[in-house]
Design a protein around this ligand. Sequence first.
Ligand code: ZN
Length: 285
Amino acid sequence: MNPSRRRACLQLAASGAALGSSFSGWSAASAASPTLPVFDAHVHYSHDAVALVPPAQAVEILRAAGLKGVLVSSSDDDGTQKLLAAAPDLIVPELRPYRTRADTSGWTRDEGIVPYLEARLAKYRYVGIGEFHLYGADADLPIPRRMVALARERQYVLHAHSDIEAVNRLFAQWPEARVLWAHSGFESPDRIRELLRRHPRLWCDLAYRSEHAQGPRVDPAWRALFDEFADRFMVGTDTFTPERWHYIGPHARSAREWIATLPPPLAEKLAWRNAEALLRAQAPR
Ligand SMILES: [Zn+2]
């Protein structure tokens, strides 16, 4: 990459601007030298991302961000398999019930989802099923129930982008489930605390949220939550559009900035230990 191009990329990444399809030439150079390892527990590599950022370049971005592990799910699953083949030491695969991005809204009533899941589960190994979008009483529809049963047969984690009601319904179906609550449900610290107290096998990712920290300053209400549930939080970028692959490096840097202000044992848990403990135990060998 020539110097002016590199500078432009750095400026755009830093400013948070969307870059459209201008990924060519973007590389490891835009990541700061990492220190604290980070496990990114919320990455998607869907069909449009594969087209925009080829697997070798995607792995370069992940490694340049100083990531220790990456929980990846994709619509369709081929993207996850491509990344896993390119970096088996780094990628931790989960299976989402989506063949394309369009399944995000209609999957709970789509008869084609279960055969898709069954075919992938027969062919590949994962640590979880998700991230899926599931709200309220829809959690008890036949197709989500079948998905939960498939996860249960394999003791896979459920990665749920859900409201509180759906989380409660998932645990009602499978009390011993391990549920990773995507975005901590976009809920307030008080309501997250309530749910974490109710469900000892609930974990939370902080993907695509910013209230918990501004720069290095950790919000006091969130700090109290992290202290009470030190073993149950993890960080993630959420690359829900291909352009968000640009934020993987900046996200890891900003996570390190606030996490580094915490006592080292807590910092390590939030940065990577909790994700490793939840997600690596069943990772494919
Ligand atoms: Zn997501």
